[in-house]
Design a protein around this ligand. Structure first.
Ligand code: NAD
Length: 424
């Protein structure tokens, strides 16, 4: 479940209203002109499509899809395509807005977009999914393109779906257009370094935050909530790159704790065999709640939204909270953490490594380059480090928390691009 889905369910708020409230808050801090503020509150363009698909039983089913381009002042828009039974256009609008701010914070020459099709891929055959993927592109191909809008995988879409979509677009264009979509497999122009990009990008920001907080990463204690793509790689890299001590990890079934430290690779093998991290030799089973409040230097929420709330925020002992998950901290909890001096690396900074390496994939496709892993890591390191320091400086200058500071940096850049283009 993504941030927007959880916010709908837990707060019963429309996700787009939340995205608009966030921009309202930033407009206030930056004292934005009311007309500029009005432009930033709504998407520039959106396309709604109906997609008739012949199902395997020969019936025809009509699916509905969207593509929202939120703001392209800084460049072609970029954002994933979701296949989800509860997709709504407001979810897609909110996610497109968040992509705009994330790309801008990392200073990628890109705007933000998002797409979605209301469908349940778990109940569809591979052939039905292929027909839907191709038909969605048939409907939106004039709206997207390597210099207009570049989709990527998101909830319930993957590299196979991206391959079909790229192939369909290429057939229509009459030439190979690898650069129309990212998240492709390596054999079709995907980039090395994408698998661990989100965690690795987060790691670079943690390294900088540790310097700011006076924490030595070697032997620093770490707890990681969630042991999927983001969480596993975060635990593994914190140990292998920095020599930090991972003392607690968890997944949906619960967590484990060891004062002596846990080997992330052994735990990963155990999780593959037993489908959970729990019940591992020489570790103590703990709850996810206990993990969040454990006595560590660095806490990495890498699972769900809204796990740090006003109820447990006063008990958070970590000095750094690195948000690899989207939206793990509620607005009320944010205030408490800030007052308690906890250094929060906000989600759209901490987990921006994924979109950054997607951008690298585009650049390699445009130029027919295949960068080495080292080149990808070096470039990612540079962008994440710069974005972290700009956010930190803004938080000091405007006397706001790191999340508000990240908004300040990214919205300022979008506004500057709009101004230079003569939009106001
Ligand atoms: P994933 O599906 O690979 O892993 C999710 C993990 O969270 C699993 O280990 C699962 O067991 C665990 N989990 C689920 N419910 C839980 C619960 N109630 N308590 C504790 N753990 C629970 O997902 P992922 O790709 O690692 O994404 C995790 C978070 O990171 C999400 O918020 C996602 O939006 C964010 N994120 C991921 C990427 C990426 O590139 N993977 C990029 C940006 C943001």
């Amino acid at each position: 479940m993504s941030i927007s889905d959880a916010l709908i369910q837990m707060k019963r708020l429309n996700p787009f209203e939340i995205a608009q409230k966030q921009i309202d808050q930033c407009a206030k801090i930056l004292k934005l002109d009311s007309s500029v503020h009005a432009m930033l509150r709504v998407p520039q363009r959106e396309l709604h499509v109906s997609i008739p698909i012949r199902m395997d039983d020969d019936s025809i089913k009509v699916f509905h899809g969207f593509r929202v381009q939120y703001n392209d002042a800084k460049g072609p828009t970029k954002g994933g395509i979701r296949f989800h039974p509860e997709e709504t256009v407001d979810t897609v609008r909110a996610l497109a807005a968040w992509m705009t701010w994330k790309c801008s914070l990392l200073d990628l020459p890109l705007g933000g977009a998002k797409g979605g099709v209301i469908c349940n891929p778990k109940q569809m055959s591979k052939n039905e999914l292929e027909r839907l993927s191709r038909a969605y592109i048939d409907q939106i191909w004039q709206f997207i393109g390597p210099e207009k809008d570049i989709p990527a995988p998101d909830v319930y879409t993957n590299s196979q779906i991206m391959s079909w979509m790229m192939d369909e677009y290429s057939k229509i264009a009459g030439k190979n257009c690898f650069g129309v979509i990212t998240g492709k497999p390596l054999c079709l122009g995907g980039s090395v370094g994408r698998n661990d990009a989100t965690a690795r990008g987060g790691l670079y920001t943690i390294r900088e935050a540790a310097k700011e907080c006076g924490i030595k990463l070697k032997d620093a204690t770490v707890a990681v909530q969630g042991y999927g793509n983001a969480g596993y790689y975060a635990a593994s890299l914190m140990k292998s790159e920095f020599g930090s001590k991972i003392i607690a990890v968890s997944d949906s079934k619960g967590g484990i704790y060891s004062k002596e430290g846990i080997n992330p690779e052994t735990i990963n093998e155990h999780k593959t065999k037993t489908s959970s991290v729990i019940n591992f030799q020489k570790t103590e089973n703990i709850s996810n709640e206990q993990l969040l409040e454990s006595n560590v230097d660095i806490l990495i929420p890498a699972a769900l939204e809204n796990v740090i709330t006003e109820n447990n925020a006063p008990n958070i002992k970590a000095k750094i909270v690195a948000e690899l998950a989207n939206g793990p901290t509620t607005t009320d909890a944010d205030v408490i953490l800030y007052e308690n001096g906890v250094h929060v690396i906000p989600d759209f900074l901490c987990n921006a490594g994924g979109v950054t390496v997607s951008y690298f994939e585009m650049v390699q496709n445009f130029n027919m380059y295949c960068w080495s892993e080292k080149e990808v890591h070096d470039r990612l390191n540079k962008r994440m480090t710069t974005a972290y320091h700009l956010t930190l400086e803004a938080s000091k200058e405007y006397k706001v928390n790191m999340r508000q500071a990240a908004y300040v940096v990214s919205v300022k850049r979008v506004v500057q691009a709009m101004k230079q283009r003569g939009w106001f």
